[in-house]
Write a protein that binds this ligand. Structure first.
Ligand code: GLY
Length: 434
C-alpha cells in the first residue's frame, strides 16, 4: 500500500516508523510543513508545504495516489484536509472537519455531551459576550477559562494555576471572545489528569493504555504550559487510577462517539483522545482531541504490537471489532529535550548533538533542522527520547540516559516517570478519595 502521512513532529516520526515497519506499506508519502530528517529517511516522497492548505494536500495526494491517509496534528483536520482527501476518493484514518470539532470547538463538545446526557461534563456556560460572565464564574468557586477554538495548547487557563482573581479570568475570557467569538467558562476539577486515547471506527472503541502527560515546563509541575514535556505509562494501569476509572472513561468515549454519529449523521473515524481527570467521586472529561497526543503517541505506539497499518485500515473499513489489537504490558517513559527559554522565549538556531544511547532507548525528532554539520533546534520541542522496559524505574532510567546524552543549550524534566513524582500523585488521589 501507498500511505500518506500529514505532519512532521515527533508524533509523526513515530507514526511514520510504525507505518514504514509494516510489510503492507510499500511507500510512505509525507506532506510536511518543514524537513524532519527522521521522517524523511522513512519516506519515498517528502513534500514540504502548508499543512493547513487542504487543497494543496489534496493536489499532492491526487498526484501520488495513496491508498489511504492519516493526519498527525489537529490544525489540518480543522482546516478540512480529510474532507478534501475523501472528496478525491482517498479514505482517511482521521476525522473530517465537522467531526473534528470534537477538538476544534470546545463549546461544540460541551454542548454535545450535555445534549446526549453523556456523563463527565463540568458545570459550564458558553459566552459570546462578557454579559453575566463574571457573575457565573464567581458562582462556580474556582473556574476555568477555555478558548473555543484551537490555540496550540495555550487556550486553557485555570484559576490558581494561570490566573488568580475573577477579574483576571474575565480579562482573559474577553480576549478569547475577541479571537474566537465565544469562550467556555467551566468548573475547575481537582484530581489527577490522564490521557485515554482510543481507536474509533464509528462502531467500535479500542482503548490504548492510559498515559500521563506533563504540561508544565519545569520540574515539580512549575512554570508555563507547554505542548507537553513528557509522559509515561505503567504496566496495565496508572497507579492512581482504578479499573472503574478506566471503565468510566471508556464509557464516556463510547457514548460521545455515538452522540457524534447521531448529531452529525456520520461515523467518527480516527483517534478520540480523551483528556480525563480522576476526581474524588469518579472521572470527568477535561477535553477531547481528534488525533494522537504528542508526547503520548510515543508511549502508545511504542507499546502497540499490532501492525499500525492494519489498525488504520480497520478504522477506515469499520472492522476494529475483528482486529485483535495488542499492546505490550511494559512501561514507557518519554522525555522531551527543548531549547533553553522554551516555551516563552526559546533560543533558536542552536546546534545539538545526540550522544551514544544504550539499547532500549529510542528517539524521535521534532522541531529540528538537519544541516550538513548536524542538527539545529528551531525553537519548539526538539527531540523526544523514549525508554521502554518491564518496570517504570528501568524505563525512566533509559529515557533519562537519552536526554542526558544531548549536548547543547537545552533542558528537560528529569522528574517525569520518577518514583517520587508518581508516589506524590498516588498520595494525592488517596487523600482526595479517602
Ligand atoms: N499531550 C497534549 C496534546 O497532545 O495536546
Amino acid at each position: 500500500m501507498k500511505i500518506l502521512l500529514v505532519g512532521n513532529g515527533a508524533r509523526e516520526h513515530i507514526m511514520a516508523e510504525k507505518l514504514a515497519q509494516s510489510p503492507k506499506c510499500e511507500e510512505l508519502l509525507v506532506f510536511a510543513s518543514s524537513m524532519n530528517p527522521g521522517i524523511e529517511t522513512l519516506s519515498r516522497i517528502y513534500h514540504v508545504g502548508d499543512l493547513n492548505d487542504a487543497k494543496a494536500v489534496r493536489a499532492f495526494a491526487e498526484q501520488n495516489k495513496p491508498d489511504f491517509a492519516v493526519i498527525g496534528p489537529e490544525a489540518p483536520i480543522a482546516a478540512g484536509v480529510v474532507d478534501e482527501l475523501e472528496e478525491a476518493g482517498i479514505p482517511c484514518a482521521s476525522p473530517t472537519r465537522k467531526l473534528g470539532q470534537l477538538e476544534s470547538s470546545k463549546s461544540f463538545t460541551r454542548a454535545l455531551l450535555e445534549k446526549y446526557h453523556v456523563p463527565g461534563n463540568p458545570y459550564f456556560r458558553i459566552f459570546k459576550s462578557e454579559n453575566g460572565l463574571a457573575e457565573y464564574a464567581q458562582s462556580l468557586g474556582q473556574f476555568v477559562v477555555k478558548a473555543d477554538g484551537l490555540h496550540g495548547g495555550k487556550g486553557v487557563l485555570v484559576q490558581g494555576d494561570h490566573f488568580e482573581t475573577v477579574e483576571e479570568g474575565v480579562e482573559a475570557a474577553k480576549k478569547f471572545i475577541e479571537s474566537d467569538g465565544s469562550v467556555v467558562i467551566e468548573e475547575k476539577f481537582v484530581g489527577q489528569e490522564f490521557s485515554l486515547m482510543s481507536f474509533v471506527d464509528g462502531e467500535s472503541v479500542v482503548d490504548m493504555p492510559p498515559i500521563q502527560d506533563h504540561k508544565r515546563a519545569f520540574v515539580g509541575d512549575k512554570g508555563p504550559n507547554t505542548g507537553g514535556m513528557g509522559s509515561y505509562n505503567y504496566p496495565l494501569n496508572l497507579p492512581f487510577l482504578t479499573k472503574q476509572d478506566l471503565k468510566d472513561a471508556h464509557e464516556i468515549t463510547v457514548r460521545t462517539a455515538a452522540a457524534l454519529q447521531q448529531e452529525l449523521g456520520r461515523p467518527y473515524k480516527g483517534v478520540m483522545y480523551g483528556g480525563f481527570i480522576a476526581v474524588k467521586n469518579g472521572v470527568r472529561l477535561i477535553e477531547y482531541n481528534a488525533r494522537l497526543g504528542d508526547p503520548e503517541a510515543m508511549n502508545a505506539l511504542s507499546l502497540l504490537e499490532t501492525d499500525f497499518v492494519d489498525v488504520c485500515k480497520a478504522i477506515i473499513d469499520c472492522t476494529l471489532d475483528r482486529l485483535n489489537i495488542r499492546f505490550s504490558d511494559q512501561a514507557t517513559v518519554c522525555k522531551y529535550v527543548v531549547p533553553e527559554g522554551y516555551p516563552t522565549n526559546p533560543r533558536k538556531g542552536d546546534k545539538i548533538e545526540i550522544g551514544e544511547l544504550p539499547g532500549g532507548v529510542k528517539f524521535y525528532l521534532a522541531s529540528v533542522d538537519q544541516r550538513t554539520d548536524g542538527l539545529y533546534m528551531l525553537g519548539s520541542r526538539a527531540v523526544a527520547f523514549v525508554g521502554m522496559a518491564d518496570t517504570i524505574e528501568e524505563a525512566e532510567t533509559l529515557a533519562q540516559k537519552g536526554v542526558e546524552s544531548v549536548s547543547g543549550p537545552i533542558f528537560y524534566r528529569e522528574d517525569i516517570g520518577t518514583a517520587e513524582l508518581i508516589q506524590a500523585r498516588v498520595y494525592m488521589m488517596k487523600k482526595l478519595r479517602g
